[in-house]
Design a protein around this ligand. Structure first.
Ligand code: DQA
Length: 140
């Protein structure tokens, strides 16, 4: 049984309500509830925080034991050297995920401090971005 932790950063608790034209109408809880049936052999854990330090603490807590981490750090992607250092410090592979295609939006979203230290990056497929990341980690 593989173990995968999904970590969402700031404002992603509002999925389904937040800018639905960009992020869609589905809540993350709704998406999460579909996973056990699709992946009966994967143990999922979910963590969301709007606080940078809490995200770092979570990476430290799970990053030496789980098979993979899917991280959507929201806007911290574009600002946080501390999160990049945390990803570098741990041993579990981290996949950077974005719901929207960050390269098709404002210029500041094209910069990611996390991409260079992640195993890979998936963006632009809505919540299906997470599913693609799960598939990537299962094949690791
Ligand atoms: C996001 C893209 C970020 O630029 C933005 O700040 C978010 C969400 C995405 O999933 O598309 O909060 O990470």
């Amino acid at each position: 049984m593989k173990s995968i932790v999904i970590i969402n950063g700031p404002n992603l608790n509002l999925l389904g309500k937040r800018e639905p034209n960009i992020y869609g109408n589905q809540s993350f809880d709704d998406y999460l509830s579909s996973l056990p049936t699709l992946y009966p052999n994967v143990h999922f854990e979910y963590f969301q925080s709007n606080h940078e330090g809490d995200l770092i603490d979570k990476l430290h807590a799970v990053g030496f034991s789980v098979d993979g981490i899917i991280l959507n750090a929201g806007a911290y992607t574009h600002t946080s050297i501390a999160l990049a250092d945390a990803i570098k410090a741990i041993s579990s592979p981290v996949v950077e995920v974005h719901i929207s295609n960050v390269h098709a939006r404002e210029n500041f979203r094209r910069q990611s401090f996390l991409s260079p230290v992640c195993k890979g990056v998936i963006c632009g497929f809505g919540l299906h971005s997470y599913t693609l990341a799960i598939a990537a980690l299962i094949n690791e």
